[in-house]
Design a protein around this ligand. Structure first.
Ligand SMILES: NC(=O)c1ccc[n+]([C@@H]2O[C@H](COP(=O)([O-])OP(=O)(O)OC[C@H]3O[C@@H](n4cnc5c(N)ncnc54)[C@H](O)[C@@H]3O)[C@@H](O)[C@H]2O)c1
Length: 263
């Protein structure tokens, strides 16, 4: 039997990138999905993409801004109304902000990054953990980043928010492991998604492809990661095949975060 058969899985930031790639893997493994995003048009297109890949999959879409507490309550209620339980939660929605050194970083963007990446993840935990406690079962995957275990040039708020995600992951793991809830985070390196394409445009506006090539060169595998590679890891962590990993921030970066100097 497939490891996610009839499991109810909620994914935020599901309209594109890592959220969509994970939705596709989870649907293929038999999960019933609640896809959450604040980009309505892209979310509907994402639903079509999931259904095209896995005809007959159950897919509920909810428009919500994860940085708003009421909206988070609503998506949790909607998922429960549809499926009566929530087994897996990919707390994924996040933004990068902009590329700038700390003294030039605008406060408004700093606050936005923290609102979405830190409070958005916190609100998700706040409202989904009680559901999982009642079930005495749950699997949570929070979106950290290599920026949650290392510094990244010109991205202080992003790095602050992702270190916070790694910390919240450790705490949730300690506090709710006794309830059958396993909480982990993933720390992707550069994976080819719309977010990373935008970052390459900011790093080298004249030649984003050159920025991409530089990143690939610095990686031990000499390439960037693919969204479906992250999707497979997350689907495993959301399944009951993941049974004794708790509180970890797992790097998926081709080994780059272990390096010191050139590779
Ligand atoms: N792609 C990478 O290389 C990479 C690396 C490390 C960490 N991450 C993290 O993984 C997550 C997904 O990244 P991605 O590359 O797929 O990004 P993306 O920009 O390609 O997709 C993010 C999705 O989240 C949605 N979103 C953003 N803010 C939201 C909000 N407030 N409420 C609801 N939806 C919102 C967007 O509409 C979009 O559909 C993020 O948390 C990101 O920080 C990505």
């Amino acid at each position: 039997m497939s490891s996610l058969k009839d499991r109810s899985v909620v994914i935020t930031g599901a309209a594109m990138g890592l959220g969509l790639a994970t939705a596709k893997v989870c649907a293929e493994k038999g999960a019933n999905l609640t896809l959450v995003d604040f980009n309505e048009t892209a979310l509907e297109a994402a639903k079509e993409e999931v259904l095209k890949a896995t005809p007959g999959a159950r897919v509920l879409t909810i428009i919500a801004d994860v940085s708003k507490e009421e909206a988070v309550k609503n998506y949790v209620d909607a998922a429960l109304k549809e499926y009566s339980r929530i087994d897996g939660f990919y707390n994924n929605a996040g933004i990068e902000g902009r590329q700038a050194p700390v003294t030039e970083y605008d406060l408004a963007v700093f606050e936005k990054v923290i609102d979405i990446n830190l409070y958005g993840v916190y609100f998700g935990l706040r409202y989904i953990i009680p559901v999982m406690q009642k079930q005495q079962y749950g699997r949570i995957v929070n979106a950290a980043s290599v920026g949650g275990i290392r510094g990244v040039m010109n991205q202080m708020p992003y790095v602050a928010s992702k270190h916070a995600v790694s910390g919240m992951t450790k705490n949730a793991a300690l506090e709710y492991g006794r309830d059958g809830i396993l909480t982990n985070a993933i720390a992707p390196g550069a994976i080819l998604t719309p977010m990373v394409a935008e970052a390459f445009k900011q790093i080298n506006p004249a030649d984003p492809k050159a920025a991409e090539a530089d990143y690939a060169k610095a990686n031990p595998t000499k390439r960037l990661g693919l969204p479906e590679e992250v999707g497979k890891l997350v689907a495993f962590l959301l399944s009951d095949e993941c049974s004794y990993i708790n509180g970890q921030t797992i790097a998926i970066d081709g080994g780059q975060s272990n390096s010191y100097g050139n590779v």
